[in-house]
Design a protein around this ligand. Sequence first.
Ligand SMILES: Cc1cc2nc3c(=O)[nH]c(=O)nc-3n(C[C@H](O)[C@H](O)[C@H](O)COP(=O)(O)OP(=O)(O)OC[C@H]3O[C@@H](n4cnc5c(N)ncnc54)[C@H](O)[C@@H]3O)c2cc1C
Length: 281
Amino acid sequence: MSRVHAPRGLAELLALRADLPGAALMAGGTDLVPRSRARGGLPEDVILLQDVPELHGITSGKGLLRIGAAATHAALLADPRVGRGLPVLARALACLASPAIRNMGSIGGNICTASPAGDTLPPLHVLEARVELAGREGVRELSLAEFILGPGRTALGPGEVLCAVLVPRPEGFSLQHFEKVGLRGAMAIAVVSLAAMLRLDGRGRVAEARLAWGSAGPAVVRCPAAEAALLGRRPTLSALRAAARHARAAVRPIDDLRASAAYRREVAGNLLLRLADLSSR
Ligand SMILES: Cc1cc2nc3c(=O)[nH]c(=O)nc-3n(C[C@H](O)[C@H](O)[C@H](O)COP(=O)(O)OP(=O)(O)OC[C@H]3O[C@@H](n4cnc5c(N)ncnc54)[C@H](O)[C@@H]3O)c2cc1C
């Protein structure tokens, strides 16, 4: 049986974190509970994040959205600043698990789980989001690439919590797209996913491309060579095929029960080809 602690504010949370270094933090519990059960049960102490107001809510200002780490996927989808303003993230949230899991699961939990298949991670990479970490020594910010060190591994320090995700408001990206390939239409863990943002110039040529793949390596894969291959070109099938060749060379997928590495590599490139249809609409 675990002892459950429910701090009412960030200061109380950080004090508990310092006093109970072995305690598990729990937001929605949709990752923590099944994973702990598989290992024989929850740790002796569990610290709930639900009642910490500093970890909730979305605020906008200074060109960015500050999303509280404990904000649920459903709350984010219901907020027009995410639902309409960040379509690449909204599309990923809409296909994450099921309505019940989206009502419980949080963006912070998805990030801290650091799964290669975490659905919010590729969109947050192309949005160039940063994470805000708080500890008793103060607050620090890291990029996602700095924060996620590998499957299940993050740069979260022993006394720290993830407080918020800082998302710069994207300017001028006419195409924002997320697509997940899974083994079924819903409740599917990504076999491969792609988040893409394209900014086009007045002549319809790519002025900036941001591409990130999930389930294609130990962490999200960005491919600067694929992005560069699109620059100055219209996003036609032939330009995207050239970018796809770079993507297939850059990804580092594994074989597992859901798919082979070879299949994932092929699909990682193919997902790019969809952008031709989308940008011609
Ligand atoms: C049936 C099912 C289907 C699922 N399908 C998907 C899917 O399609 N796509 C997908 O991406 N995920 C999926 N998941 C995984 C999970 O639902 C998500 O990753 C969810 O976002 C986790 O959020 P949570 O709040 O429940 O995290 P929790 O379980 O509460 O926490 C997860 C981990 O993060 C840590 N943590 C949480 N918040 C913080 C914080 N603020 N600071 C520091 N550490 C923190 C916890 O200590 C724990 O280690 C699924 C899970 C289930 C059970």
